[in-house]
Ligand binder design. Structure first.
Ligand SMILES: [Zn+2]
Length: 498
């Protein structure tokens, strides 16, 4: 009879945008998902989330599962020092209390930045490694919007990234990670991983894995993965909105104890990317080019507000698209805005009342709020759930108190108190909003919302809007990124690999 393994699950999960003014605090984790013990199993057992996949595998075996802690906050600004220290000390305390362990599954995002810790994920993973010692295997998952560091690789035995963006294979990725860990414990494999940080940063706009130019890159990874001895080939597209040395695209290859093979496969991936780097620049269509297209386009049209991408850490309060749509007399549009103060103001009125309201801010207009006469259509608690596979893999969402108003010019605006990225259509339908009735629906994201909105929108257009997640990396002032890095430096020589 096989031994009953004792395996812990631990995760701190955040995508930190270092260009955003507001910091991420412990309250932001509590407002999203801060779960301990059995709460983790309840939340994710059935979810299309990596922890769901991990649990699925572990539950098929005689494993003692210790779901210790999973703390996740909506992407946002840098995590404050106090918040990180609080999260880290709880993680380490719980890991210590659960010892001795046979293995540990870790769930970092891979793009967390804390004050004083630009490589926060590398830091907490190394500290977990210190506690566990070298002999306990640590295997984990990564979001492909990670900026992978040597420390993350050093701290773990194997890391595997989701293969899709929108992320629809998170559960499958958790399954792969848990299987690798169990195979290692069973003595069937000895995972060895190799990281190549390339000298290319793929534009966020070009990160849809089912479209060009990503598709052939993923096909190459798939072909390589068929080779004997290769356990996993991960493409880490990168998260452009973090001014850290690791920012950019990387590859992680996990082999069965064959470091040379891992290196050569990772370098083949790098060779492909470098040869095709120009394709990964993005088109960056302006709003005026988009307005020209809207008239002829099949409705509803989904306009993706790339500059105010909530899933990339932006505030979600930009009224830029609203302002452009209304000034260009584009009728029957839907826009969502985060503005707690405006919600409070609107809630002083009754449904059906008309009143003057100012909300959000326009990054193209001195950050001033949008002012208009509105009619209050509805007011709700902002909680909704999602049972289908959607980007992020979450099932429970909370926008806080939320109002629905119609502007004088006829745009429907949903104003919420909390930031929730547009990953689920239930964000509208749960409150009686019918997306198919609009000509234009705007969503504050780049690729992630397509999984939710694609099925109801006949046309999808990404708009190069201003904001803290502008699609144009050249507009950001990076001080810490590695050099040379395409597209900043055009003449790229291969980096020297260790
Ligand atoms: Zn992601």
């Amino acid at each position: 009879m096989s031994k009953k393994y004792k395996i812990a699950i631990v995760g701190i999960y955040h995508e930190s945008n270092t260009f955003v003014e507001n910091s991420t605090t412990i309250e932001d984790f509590y407002n999203s998902h801060f779960l301990r013990g059995f709460e983790i199993v309840t939340e994710y057992k059935e979810a299309f989330h990596e922890i769901g996949g991990m649990l699925q595998v572990l539950l098929t075996r005689e494993v003692e599962i210790l779901p210790l802690i999973f703390a996740e906050a909506t992407p946002g600004g840098i995590i404050t020092r106090d918040t990180y220290e609080e999260l880290l000390s709880e993680v380490l305390l719980r890991v210590r209390q659960s010892m001795p362990l046979d293995g540990c599954l870790v769930v970092p995002h891979g793009a967390a930045v804390a004050e004083g810790h630009p490589d926060m994920d590398g830091d907490w993973l190394l500290k977990v490694r210190e506690v566990l010692g070298d002999s306990v295997p640590i295997v984990g998952t990564l979001d492909p919007h990670a900026n992978v560091s040597d420390n993350m690789i050093e701290a773990t035995n194997a890391l595997v990234a989701y293969k899709t963006n929108p992320h629809l294979d998170q559960r499958e990725t958790g399954i792969v990670a848990a299987q690798l860990l169990l195979q290692y414990l069973d003595g069937l494999i000895i995972p060895r991983q190799y990281l190549v940080q390339t000298n290319v940063a793929i534009s966020i706009e070009q990160q849809n894995t089912s479209a060009q130019p990503c598709r052939p890159l993923y096909q190459l990874a798939e072909e390589l993965a068929q080779e004997t001895g290769l356990l996993s080939v991960s493409i880490i597209l990168g998260f452009p909105y973090a001014d850290v040395p690791e920012m950019g695209t990387s590859f992680i290859v996990v082999t069965n104890n064959d470091p040379l093979k891992a290196k050569s496969a990772a370098e083949r991936m790098e060779g492909y990317l470098t040869a095709h780097q120009e394709e990964f620049l993005g088109t960056k269509l302006s709003i005026s080019a988009i307005i020209d297209k809207i008239g002829r386009a099949e409705k509803p049209v989904l306009l993706l507000d790339m500059g105010d991408n909530v899933g990339g850490g932006a505030a979600g309060d930009s009224t830029f698209l609203l302002s452009e749509l209304e000034s260009n007399q584009v009728a029957n549009s839907f826009v969502s805005i985060v503005d707690q103060t405006a919600v409070r103001e609107a809630c002083k009125h009754e449904k059906g009342d008309s009143f003057q309201l100012s909300f959000g801010r326009n990054p193209d207009g001195n950050n001033l709020p949008y002012e208009t006469k509105v009619e209050l259509l509805d007011c709700f608690d902002g909680r909704f759930s999602e049972k289908n596979p959607r980007h992020g893999g979450q099932t429970q969402y909370n926008m806080g108190r939320t109002v629905l108003v119609r502007t004088e010019k006829g745009t429907t605006v949903m104003i919420s108190s909390l930031r929730v990225p547009p990953f689920s259509l239930n964000q509208l339908t749960a409150f009686g909003i019918k997306p198919e009735q609009f000509n234009i629906i705007t969503a504050k994201g780049v690729n992630a919302p397509i999984a939710a909105y694609g099925p109801v929108c006949a046309t999808i257009l990404q708009v190069n809007t201003p904001g803290t997640t502008s699609a144009d990396m050249m507009t950001f002032n990076y001080r810490h990124r590695r050099r040379p890095l395409f597209p900043f430096e055009k003449e790229i020589r291969p980096l020297l690999h260790k």
